[in-house]
Design a protein around this ligand. Structure first.
Ligand SMILES: Nc1ncnc2c1ncn2[C@@H]1O[C@H](COP(=O)(O)OP(=O)(O)OP(=O)(O)O)[C@@H](O)[C@H]1O
Ligand SMILES: CC(C)(CO)[C@@H](O)C(=O)[O-]
Ligand code: BAL
Length: 283
């Protein structure tokens, strides 16, 4: 596995691997890899000749009071994990490389970025779509793999790819969970032991909602309240949002039907976590 840190060198690699008509699978990450990331890399390896993983903590998607400065990092460990999972190249640029002095261009998807995480993290998705666009322009992948843990991110990137006629297939990948149900996240490392136990209520409440829907419940208020009630019993968890919406349009719904996303964000102690389930609901 090779580490590449400049745009120029990455482009040279892409030119070389494309000569032989290899297909390219791309997995963008912010590093501190876990089984969630590795599942994306493994899938990319199964479906493509060459797999490129990027590791870049993108400053423009963090708000001023967020955790950019303390975001967990362990490049040595990431390298080993990425290689074992099947990565051929890791693109590991500096902030200066991705945002050279004087850059002026951003990419912004409207409307669907105003809700859910976009409402609580203003400017977040503009940072995400800008960096993903830059990365796509450098790597020129055939397929790009994104986790459904960030379901809104998947919807936003699909919209960007469609609107800008980008020549890449976005592949949404299932959420990988710890054995007790907690969605894997690099930020789980911030949780104290007590908060780690409390955080379990997020996946548990989503599973409870899924269960009552499977048993026939269709009242959106009842479903939402079921989630809120179970979470509110669990200190120190405070809900930021719970949304039941259509996926991937992220449109509001009055009737529970079709592909439905139940997404939530919550603070567990000082750590902000997200989780969701996507259900296919018959009326
Ligand atoms: N548990 C998971 N299952 C599947 N994919 C995941 C999981 N966690 C992250 N991913 C995906 O990995 C890619 C890189 O995500 P990122 O590096 O931000 O990791 P993360 O664990 O989501 O970090 P954080 O939760 O701190 O934002 C994204 O497409 C994300 O959706
Ligand atoms: C897609 C991404 C790598 C862009 O920085 C990031 O938002 C993430 O890790 O999900
Ligand atoms: N996985 C989303 C990256 C972020 O929280 O900024």
């Amino acid at each position: 596995m090779h580490i590449v840190s400049t745009v120029k060198d990455m482009r040279q690699v892409i030119r070389e691997v494309k000569v032989e008509n290899n297909t390219l699978g791309f997995v963008p990450t912010m590093g501190y890899l876990h089984e969630g990331h590795l599942s994306l890399i493994k899938r990319a390896k199964l479906e493509n000749d060459i797999v490129i993983v990027s590791i870049f903590v993108n400053p423009t998607q963090f708000g001023a009071n967020e955790d950019y400065d303390i975001y967990p990092k362990d490049f040595k460990r990431d390298k080993q994990l990425a290689e074992t999972a099947g990565a051929d190249y890791v693109f590991y640029p500096t902030v200066e490389e991705m945002y050279p002095t004087g850059y002026k261009t951003s990419v912004d998807v409207s409307e669907i970025t105003d809700r859910l995480c976009g409402a609580s993290r203003p400017g977040h998705f503009k940072g995400v779509t800008t960096i993903v666009n830059k990365l796509f322009n450098i790597v020129e992948p055939n397929r790009a793999y994104f986790g459904l843990k960030d379901a809104q991110q998947v919807a936003v990137i699909q919209q960007m790819v469609k609107d800008l006629f980008m020549n890449v297939e976005v592949i949404p990948c299932s959420i990988v969970r710890e054995s007790d149900g907690l969605a894997m996240s690099s930020r789980n490392v911030y949780l104290t032991q007590q908060d780690r136990s409390a955080a379990l209520i997020l996946s548990k409440s989503l599973m409870k909602a899924k269960k009552i829907i499977n048993e026939g419940e269709r009242d959106l208020k009842i479903i939402r309240n079921t989630i809120i009630e179970s979470i509110s019993k669990e200190a120190p968890v405070s809900v930021e949002y719970i949304e039941i919406i259509q996926f991937p349009s992220l449109e509001k719904i009055d009737i529970l039907e079709g592909k439905v996303l139940i997404a939530l964000a919550a603070k567990v102690g000082r750590v902000r976590l997200i989780d969701n389930v996507i259900l296919e609901v018959q009326k």
